[in-house]
Design a protein around this ligand. Sequence first.
Ligand SMILES: *Cc1c(COP(=O)(O)O)cnc(C)c1O
Length: 389
Amino acid sequence: MRKIEFFKHNIGRAEITSVAKAIKAPMLTTGERVQEFEEKFAAYLDRPHAVGVTSCTAALHLSLLACGVGAGDEVITTPMSFVATSNAILHTGARPVFVDVEPETANINADLIEGAIGRKTKAILPVHLYGQMCDMKRIREIADRRGLVVVEDAAHALEAGRDGVRPGQLSEAACFSFYPTKSITSGEGGAVATNAPETAAALKKLRLHGMDLTAMDRYGKRYQHWDADCLGWKYNMDNIQAALLVPQLRHVEERWRRREEISRRYEAALLGIPGLDLPKVLPNSKSGRSLFTIWVDPQRRDEILWEIQERAVGVAVNYEPIHLLSYYRRTFDYGEGMFPVAEEIGRRTISLPLYSRLTNDEVDYVIAVVREAVRKVSGSRKGEAGLPS
Ligand SMILES: *Cc1c(COP(=O)(O)O)cnc(C)c1O
């Protein structure tokens, strides 16, 4: 049987050559290659500064710290994201305060943000889900009026734009992931883009134990004594990760265009199938097209998920809402019914393969498999759909 992976990366000869060169150099940790990556990454985003770290989780954690978020504070965010988003808030000692999402886009519902702001609120952490940006103009306006900072989880949104705004433009910091399923990857890795030179400087200290000199500074010429004037973490990107990322930056737009094409092919074929809905991409928005998600009958989602996998097509669930994960239920007394829109999406969602190496033929095969799975499961009575025993 034909097999279609949920994801395939796009690392080729240029990346392998670049990594080989980095490994042959004396400096493996944070050095010139990281600096080169940071400059090119910032230039792609049209932002003045970027700081390379070991993951988007680290990027979020350090960005919040650099913005002064800490113990006793509250950060407003969405439950419809990967658990990293709110874990990063918890790592600072602050508490995530969830608000529900928009039914059409699954992004944080900006209408609900003001109602969640309290005495302890320090920041808003929007997530640009599936690649479509939140309403950043509106979120910035709320934050300015209420004296809050904004940190973006832009893990899905490297290529995105909305109303002429790109990630990092209207916030204190925008955080990116280079995990394997993201649009560029170093296996693990992440970065922060920021407009403020002080934030970039703070992030560079925080990513390396609060040290005031990098390894490059310490060993580049003669040995230099260093100091640590704050408590930092060990989140610095290394030259090998950076060497893997730099060549991929040249292909970001071309690969995005291919994912856009694939997404449109999915949309054209899947729209109108009874019992199947798609998140809406707004007209003034360029989605990063990081995930392609379908929303099916919540009673039948797992059966459809199973049927699709039976035909060897890789799928995923992005996401079950964070507040319903055991740790969050137990620690914060969250439960069913608190964020009904996110919960409904969490019960309905299935992500299909979306990466630039997919051929049209493979996309058409996935479409046929999804169609057949939805038809078969909807046509059967419950319990007859061949669920695993
Ligand atoms: C992948 C992802 C993260 C975490 O990224 P890491 O680099 O694995 O830490 C955070 N938020 C969202 C929305 C993601 O998709």
